[in-house]
Design a protein around this ligand. Sequence first.
Ligand code: ADP
Ligand code: MG
Length: 314
Amino acid sequence: MGKRIVVALGGNALGMNLSEQAAAARVTAKAIADLIANGHQVVITHGNGPQVGMIEKAFAAYRKLEPDAEDVPLSVSVAMSQAYIGHDLQNALREELLNRGIKRPVVTVLTHVVVDPNDPAFQKPTKPIGGFMTQEEAQKLAAETGAAVMEDAGRGWRKVVASPKPVEIIETDSILALLEAGQVVIAAGGGGIPVVRTGENRLEGVPAVIDKDYATEKLAEQLGADLLVILTAVEKVAVNFNKPDQKWLSELSPAQARRYIEEGHFAPGSMLPKVEAAVTFAESAPERTVLITLLEKAGEAVAGLTGTIIREPD
Ligand code: ADP
Ligand code: MG
């Protein structure tokens, strides 16, 4: 029996620039096509760090030429990145499936994700985005636009934005209808276009970045998925990562994962959101399972041969 699988693609699935992305999308398409060929329903989500950074930089350069040009809101840049990444992924996957004789429509859904305007993340922006600046440039930007800026790990100054938690995915019903019609869906790219509800029926973009691992978890819950597969740059999750006593984990219960989280085994901003998303999904309903593994090992991991599996013990 095929499973309903939500697959999250990490940065390594898409590369750092235009030509890398087109090439990476072909490799990624093979991994995803393996799952589809095995009879699974698949929804794909992805990150967008380098892509949204490129879009922001391009508009910053444009504003230097055209000082009166309007500021492009971050939510608009996220929307653009969903379209641009969807363009490459959708085409690569369509081609890979057709090459295998599988006729299955592939479609990208622009996805809005509601966040809470009172989320404490808005009081404390933590997510660096866009290009590096000198301290002077950063302070000028902050004074002119009210943007928060921060020194980023000795590399220079950057804009920082809030990273609030996803509350609701607006296009869930559309994604579900496409899935049930047998289509392969790419959705919630870059964690989704961040919006808040203002008034009864209106959604407005906000300058924030939603973590793609939390947004993917929310989508997997809303779609009633059986399996959440987080594809990244490591084959398994480790404790004592990069230390002499490092140990790769094949199985992890949500309770054990919580203990490891408290002990600080997972780096914030990289492995921590994945393990937190895994715990939330595994605890959200019986039988729900999460796999964290390498992009290239997706098929093997779903067949039970590798990766770290997170689920409630029998
Ligand atoms: P992605 O783009 O897939 O979200 P990230 O770089 O954000 O990738 O997160 C994955 C990275 O997390 C791994 O490549 C690894 O370097 C790092 N990492 C941090 N802590 C751990 C850990 N405990 N076990 C495995 N990997 C870890
Ligand atoms: Mg990440």
